[in-house]
Design a protein around this ligand. Structure first.
Ligand SMILES: Nc1ncnc2c1ncn2[C@@H]1O[C@H](COP(=O)(O)OP(=O)(O)OP(=O)(O)O)[C@@H](O)[C@H]1O
Ligand SMILES: [Mg+2]
Length: 294
């Protein structure tokens, strides 16, 4: 399913706008961290959100799925105004908890640190929300969970507890768990940055496959290769504003904004440093016997 690197790519967009965020502002204790963010995502598109630490990427994702309230602007997902009802005079009224919960159900989120229930097996983690929140029968939910675990390459792990799974496997369970709610939109917040380097690829592969099924995805990531190959659209954020956006080849290959350029330079240097460090690791012969290298 992996696309050849740099293969010509046509946009997956179906034409319909699925997410529209207009002039989103958000402050924490007077510190404005989102300063008027606009974003449009079409159905089936993969948008990668890049930017330095503290630029507001996580906050923006959390605003989309109502984990944070916004101070200004509006967000629509599939035509529904998120978090508010607008009256005839254009006044906004906060939705009640039930309505907010209903809107949130339509959006899957995958976090950096998996957030699985440690005392539940992989299968139990996946069926939790469909049975508890959607009222789906346990047997139906199990059937679907088995399929979903197979689709993320974990057909043999339904009975495993998170503690017995690698980080990459746990993250794939987390993806299956989010998909079990049949979301319209999937949000990923640095899904591979807590993983050991050798486990990153398996999670990105699952995300790529998901993109190829037509899922609409907004992905905060520092994986430049992934962004280059999988994103239809790349958005670069810095200090609470969108500095630059466009097709990956343009934003990553020929950035126009100085802040984008300097960020990409830093990322590139860090990658080269990591590669050099990996080459420097002495072969102690201790790997595989449970001992740390000397
Ligand atoms: N709950 C909060 N209370 C106070 N400040 C917050 C809160 N959440 C985020 N911030 C601040 O908002 C700013 C943006 O944070 P955010 O986590 O959105 O950045 P980010 O781009 O996701 O960074 P990173 O790449 O490190 O994850 C930071 O200055 C952060 O300290
Ligand atoms: Mg973040």
């Amino acid at each position: 399913m992996a696309r050849a690197a740099r293969a010509p790519r046509t946009s997956r967009a179906t034409g319909d706008v699925l997410v529209r965020a207009v002039n989103i502002t958000k402050a924490f204790h007077g510190n404005e961290v989102l300063k008027g963010i606009d974003l449009t995502v079409h159905g089936g598109e993969v948008v990668c959100l890049l930017g330095p630490s503290g630029s507001g990427k996580t906050t923006f994702l959390r605003c989309i799925n109502l984990l944070e309230s916004i101070d200004g602007g509006r967000i629509w997902v599939d035509g529904e105004l998120m978090g508010y009802r607008e009256d005839e005079k254009g006044q906004l009224h906060t939705l009640g908890d039930k309505q907010i919960a209903a809107q949130r159900r339509e959006i899957g989120m995958v976090f950096q640190r998996f957030n699985l229930f440690p005392h539940k097996t992989a299968l139990e983690n996946v069926i939790e929300a469909p049975t508890q929140v959607k009222g789906i029968s346990k047997s139906k939910a199990k059937e679907r969970a088995v399929e979903l675990l197979a689709s993320v390459g974990l057909a043999d792990k339904p009975a495993a507890y998170p503690g017995a799974l690698s980080g990459g496997q746990q993250q794939r369970v987390a993806i299956a768990r989010a998909l079990a709610m049949d979301p319209k939109l999937m949000l990923f917040d640095e899904p591979t940055s807590a993983l050991d380097p050798e486990l990153v690829g398996e999670v990105l592969r699952v995300m790529r496959q998901l993109a190829d099924t037509g899922m609409t995805m907004i992905v905060v990531t520092h994986e430049m290769e992934f962004a280059r190959e999988v994103a239809d659209h790349v958005v670069f954020m810095d200090a609470g504003v969108v500095c630059e956006e466009g097709p990956p080849d343009e934003v990553l290959g020929n950035p126009k904004n100085e802040r984008t350029r300097s960020f990409l330079r830093r990322m590139h240097n860090a990658e080269e440093r990591d590669a050099a460090t990996a080459d420097d690791v002495p072969d102690t012969g201790l790997e595989g016997v449970g001992l740390p290298p000397a």
